[in-house]
Design a protein around this ligand. Structure first.
Ligand SMILES: CC(C)(COP(=O)(O)OP(=O)(O)OC[C@H]1O[C@@H](n2cnc3c(N)ncnc32)[C@H](O)[C@@H]1OP(=O)(O)O)[C@@H](O)C(=O)NCCC(=O)NCCS
Length: 153
Protein backbone atom coordinates (compact mmCIF):
# COMPACT_ATOMS: atom_id res chain seq x y z
CA UNK A 1 0.00 0.00 0.00
CA UNK A 2 2.45 2.60 -1.28
CA UNK A 3 -0.07 5.47 -1.04
CA UNK A 4 -1.16 4.88 2.58
CA UNK A 5 -1.63 8.06 4.59
CA UNK A 6 -3.29 8.68 7.97
CA UNK A 7 -4.64 12.13 8.77
CA UNK A 8 -7.27 14.04 10.69
CA UNK A 9 -10.60 13.87 8.91
CA UNK A 10 -11.70 17.11 7.21
CA UNK A 11 -15.30 18.10 6.39
CA UNK A 12 -15.02 17.38 2.67
CA UNK A 13 -14.03 13.76 3.40
CA UNK A 14 -17.00 12.83 5.61
CA UNK A 15 -19.35 12.05 2.71
CA UNK A 16 -16.71 9.82 1.06
CA UNK A 17 -16.27 7.81 4.26
CA UNK A 18 -20.02 7.68 4.97
CA UNK A 19 -20.68 6.30 1.46
CA UNK A 20 -19.02 3.06 2.57
CA UNK A 21 -21.07 2.76 5.77
CA UNK A 22 -24.36 0.93 6.24
CA UNK A 23 -27.26 3.41 6.10
CA UNK A 24 -28.00 3.67 9.81
CA UNK A 25 -24.44 3.70 11.05
CA UNK A 26 -23.82 7.43 10.87
CA UNK A 27 -20.37 6.87 12.36
CA UNK A 28 -18.28 9.18 10.16
CA UNK A 29 -20.54 12.21 10.59
CA UNK A 30 -21.03 11.74 14.34
CA UNK A 31 -17.30 11.23 14.93
CA UNK A 32 -16.43 14.23 12.78
CA UNK A 33 -18.94 16.29 14.82
CA UNK A 34 -17.19 15.16 18.02
CA UNK A 35 -13.84 16.16 16.55
CA UNK A 36 -15.27 19.57 15.62
CA UNK A 37 -16.44 19.95 19.25
CA UNK A 38 -12.88 19.27 20.44
CA UNK A 39 -13.73 15.93 22.05
CA UNK A 40 -11.51 13.73 19.89
CA UNK A 41 -9.27 13.53 16.85
CA UNK A 42 -10.83 11.46 14.08
CA UNK A 43 -7.94 9.74 12.31
CA UNK A 44 -8.66 8.15 8.94
CA UNK A 45 -6.32 5.96 6.90
CA UNK A 46 -6.47 6.42 3.14
CA UNK A 47 -5.14 4.28 0.32
CA UNK A 48 -5.16 7.00 -2.28
CA UNK A 49 -8.79 8.21 -2.39
CA UNK A 50 -10.18 5.17 -0.54
CA UNK A 51 -10.74 5.18 3.24
CA UNK A 52 -9.36 1.88 4.61
CA UNK A 53 -9.46 2.34 8.39
CA UNK A 54 -9.95 4.76 11.26
CA UNK A 55 -9.58 5.41 14.96
CA UNK A 56 -10.56 8.09 17.45
CA UNK A 57 -8.15 9.67 19.88
CA UNK A 58 -10.21 10.88 22.83
CA UNK A 59 -8.54 13.46 25.02
CA UNK A 60 -10.12 13.03 28.45
CA UNK A 61 -9.06 12.08 31.03
CA UNK A 62 -5.99 10.46 29.39
CA UNK A 63 -5.47 10.40 25.59
CA UNK A 64 -7.01 7.09 24.49
CA UNK A 65 -7.24 5.49 21.06
CA UNK A 66 -10.75 4.10 20.60
CA UNK A 67 -12.65 2.28 17.87
CA UNK A 68 -9.58 1.31 15.88
CA UNK A 69 -10.80 -0.55 12.82
CA UNK A 70 -9.39 -1.52 9.46
CA UNK A 71 -11.46 -2.72 6.49
CA UNK A 72 -11.45 -6.54 6.57
CA UNK A 73 -9.84 -6.85 3.14
CA UNK A 74 -7.06 -4.40 4.12
CA UNK A 75 -5.86 -6.02 7.34
CA UNK A 76 -2.31 -7.31 7.93
CA UNK A 77 -0.74 -4.66 5.68
CA UNK A 78 0.28 -2.15 8.33
CA UNK A 79 -2.82 0.08 8.28
CA UNK A 80 -3.65 -0.52 11.95
CA UNK A 81 -0.05 0.16 12.91
CA UNK A 82 -0.07 3.41 10.89
CA UNK A 83 -3.21 4.63 12.71
CA UNK A 84 -1.69 3.80 16.12
CA UNK A 85 1.50 5.67 15.17
CA UNK A 86 -0.55 8.71 14.04
CA UNK A 87 -2.48 8.66 17.35
CA UNK A 88 0.80 8.54 19.26
CA UNK A 89 2.03 11.63 17.39
CA UNK A 90 -1.16 13.49 18.40
CA UNK A 91 -0.86 12.36 22.03
CA UNK A 92 2.90 12.99 22.35
CA UNK A 93 2.53 16.34 24.18
CA UNK A 94 0.68 14.47 26.97
CA UNK A 95 3.50 11.95 27.42
CA UNK A 96 1.32 8.86 27.27
CA UNK A 97 -1.53 7.14 25.44
CA UNK A 98 -3.97 4.40 26.40
CA UNK A 99 -5.74 1.72 24.40
CA UNK A 100 -8.50 -0.49 25.78
CA UNK A 101 -8.58 -3.99 24.35
CA UNK A 102 -11.18 -6.66 24.93
CA UNK A 103 -10.07 -9.90 26.56
CA UNK A 104 -11.41 -11.78 23.53
CA UNK A 105 -9.22 -9.87 21.05
CA UNK A 106 -5.75 -11.38 21.47
CA UNK A 107 -4.71 -10.43 17.91
CA UNK A 108 -5.17 -6.71 18.57
CA UNK A 109 -3.47 -7.02 21.95
CA UNK A 110 -0.46 -8.72 20.34
CA UNK A 111 -0.18 -5.81 17.90
CA UNK A 112 -0.27 -3.22 20.70
CA UNK A 113 2.26 -5.09 22.83
CA UNK A 114 4.61 -5.32 19.87
CA UNK A 115 4.28 -1.54 19.50
CA UNK A 116 5.32 -1.05 23.14
CA UNK A 117 2.00 -0.95 25.03
CA UNK A 118 1.96 -2.43 28.54
CA UNK A 119 -0.88 -3.33 30.95
CA UNK A 120 -2.05 -0.62 33.34
CA UNK A 121 -4.02 -3.03 35.53
CA UNK A 122 -7.20 -1.07 34.85
CA UNK A 123 -10.18 -2.96 33.42
CA UNK A 124 -13.66 -1.72 32.65
CA UNK A 125 -16.85 -3.54 31.66
CA UNK A 126 -19.31 -1.67 29.49
CA UNK A 127 -22.28 -2.29 27.21
CA UNK A 128 -22.97 -0.70 23.86
CA UNK A 129 -24.81 -1.20 20.61
CA UNK A 130 -23.27 -0.97 17.17
CA UNK A 131 -24.26 -1.37 13.54
CA UNK A 132 -22.17 -3.98 11.71
CA UNK A 133 -20.96 -3.66 8.11
CA UNK A 134 -24.01 -5.60 6.89
CA UNK A 135 -26.36 -3.16 8.67
CA UNK A 136 -27.32 -5.57 11.47
CA UNK A 137 -27.54 -4.14 15.02
CA UNK A 138 -25.77 -5.75 17.96
CA UNK A 139 -25.78 -5.11 21.70
CA UNK A 140 -22.76 -6.40 23.52
CA UNK A 141 -21.12 -6.26 26.92
CA UNK A 142 -17.37 -6.52 27.05
CA UNK A 143 -14.50 -6.09 29.46
CA UNK A 144 -11.62 -3.97 28.24
CA UNK A 145 -8.12 -4.15 29.63
CA UNK A 146 -6.28 -0.86 29.35
CA UNK A 147 -2.76 -0.74 27.97
CA UNK A 148 -0.44 2.26 28.14
CA UNK A 149 2.54 3.49 26.18
CA UNK A 150 4.82 6.24 27.49
CA UNK A 151 5.66 8.75 24.79
CA UNK A 152 8.66 11.03 24.52
CA UNK A 153 7.16 14.50 25.11
C1 LIG B 1 -6.89 -4.97 15.05
C2 LIG B 1 -6.81 -4.29 13.68
C3 LIG B 1 -7.20 -2.83 13.80
C4 LIG B 1 -5.37 -4.40 13.16
O1 LIG B 1 -5.28 -3.73 11.91
P1 LIG B 1 -4.23 -4.21 10.80
O2 LIG B 1 -4.26 -3.19 9.72
O3 LIG B 1 -4.50 -5.61 10.40
O4 LIG B 1 -2.87 -4.10 11.63
P2 LIG B 1 -1.39 -4.28 11.07
O5 LIG B 1 -1.42 -4.73 9.64
O6 LIG B 1 -0.64 -3.06 11.37
O7 LIG B 1 -0.83 -5.43 11.99
C5 LIG B 1 -1.53 -6.67 12.04
C6 LIG B 1 -0.64 -7.82 11.63
O8 LIG B 1 -0.16 -7.62 10.31
C7 LIG B 1 1.27 -7.65 10.31
N1 LIG B 1 1.75 -6.64 9.38
C8 LIG B 1 1.97 -5.34 9.61
N2 LIG B 1 2.39 -4.72 8.51
C9 LIG B 1 2.44 -5.65 7.54
C10 LIG B 1 2.80 -5.63 6.16
N3 LIG B 1 3.22 -4.51 5.57
N4 LIG B 1 2.69 -6.78 5.46
C11 LIG B 1 2.26 -7.92 6.04
N5 LIG B 1 1.90 -7.99 7.37
C12 LIG B 1 2.01 -6.89 8.09
C13 LIG B 1 1.66 -7.31 11.71
O9 LIG B 1 2.91 -7.86 12.00
C14 LIG B 1 0.54 -7.94 12.51
O10 LIG B 1 0.83 -9.32 12.70
P3 LIG B 1 0.17 -10.17 13.90
O11 LIG B 1 -1.20 -10.57 13.45
O12 LIG B 1 1.09 -11.32 14.08
O13 LIG B 1 0.10 -9.28 15.12
C15 LIG B 1 -7.73 -5.00 12.64
O14 LIG B 1 -7.48 -6.39 12.68
C16 LIG B 1 -9.23 -4.77 12.88
O15 LIG B 1 -9.82 -3.81 12.37
N6 LIG B 1 -9.85 -5.68 13.65
C17 LIG B 1 -11.30 -5.56 13.96
C18 LIG B 1 -11.57 -4.43 14.93
C19 LIG B 1 -10.69 -4.54 16.17
O16 LIG B 1 -10.52 -5.61 16.74
N7 LIG B 1 -10.14 -3.40 16.56
C20 LIG B 1 -9.27 -3.30 17.74
C21 LIG B 1 -10.06 -2.88 18.92
S1 LIG B 1 -9.02 -2.79 20.37
Amino acid sequence: MATLSVRRCVAAEVAVIAAGEPEEKNYASSTFARQSAGECVYLVAWDGAEPVGSGELEWAPIPELKNLQVAPDRRSHGVGTAIVVAAEAEAAPFGRIWIGVSADNPGARRLYERLGYRPTGRTETFSYTYVAADGSKHSITETAQYLEKRLPG
